[in-house]
Ligand binder design. Sequence first.
Ligand code: CUA
Length: 155
Amino acid sequence: MHRHEKIWLTLSSLMIIGFLVLAGYQAFALELGPPSHKETIDPQKVDETAPFNEPGVYQTGENEYEVVMIGQVFSFNAGGDELVFPAGSTVTFTMTSKDVVHGFQIAGTNVNTMVMPGYVQKVTQTFDSPGEYLILCNEYCGSGHQLMASTITIE
Ligand code: CUA
């Protein structure tokens, strides 16, 4: 093998190892990995499985709320509770789907995720500015997809 070839091969191998070590250090030592929450649920038994047996809005702290919500064709079911929170509230949405894959996007925020049958999805958002926030399903889920929306009111 040519001497220059060896040098470049060694150099590129060292770079690959270096990047792997760096990525591993960031992901595991600094815990900079992508946010994730893996929790599964039997999609046939959503109605009987806590906390989805009682969907709704729950206050969990002074300025903290949890919304237990089920995505289903073609609505976001929070047990009939209004999604109204004081400004500055931190709201955690705990969600799953009863049927097909739905989307969960809150317009005007960075929240944009999927709600999948068989999985529990958790998203947390702090709402500082008062106003109406539109919740949209952005995954095509059937003939009523365009009707699947809700609103959050921040007072
Ligand atoms: Cu649910 Cu589109």
